[in-house]
Design a protein around this ligand. Sequence first.
Ligand code: XMP
Ligand code: MG
Length: 175
Amino acid sequence: MHPDISSVLISEEQLRVRVKELAAQISADYQGKHPLFVCILKGAVVFFSDLFRAMKIDCTCDFLGACSYGADTCSSGRVDLYKDVTEQIKGRDVIVVEDIYDTGITLDFVKTHLQSKQPASLSVCVLLDKPARRKPGIDVRPEYVGFTIDPYFVVGYGLDCDQEYRHLPYIGIKK
Ligand code: XMP
Ligand code: MG
């Protein structure tokens, strides 16, 4: 285990199994459709690449760059959209893929942003949900949730602390 990690919260094997389950569920729910995944950079990239490869139906992808965290472990409370999608959203069945639903500020912003582009439908898939951290008034209700976790600061499998640890194959609690 990495020396900066105190314990593994979700193992490689647990991630592998759950991501396959999510992909199977999304594939069934979108049968007969051709969804467009919108992966939120950078945290969701590792989760997204596993989820996307496990999809059983035809689908496409795009990327949106948004961040609400600075170099700290605490939300800045404001979202910076540094890269917009390039695919046409209008009329598409869009599935937003995000690493974590924490305060909800990022997902709330992203949903409003994409909704303004008039998709046929818009759903949200998050790997992690930290309900204890929700900002009052925010109610995104992701359609797909990998794991619900206690309010630890976690890293790995795409999640970072000051850009480090994204490559770890498990979700760990930072010391
Ligand atoms: P909000 O507060 O907008 O946060 O829901 C979502 C974004 O915050 C980052 N985040 C974390 N990153 N470990 C991380 O590495 C965490 O425990 C954590 N909690 C929130 C994440 O990038 C997400 O996009
Ligand atoms: Mg992020």
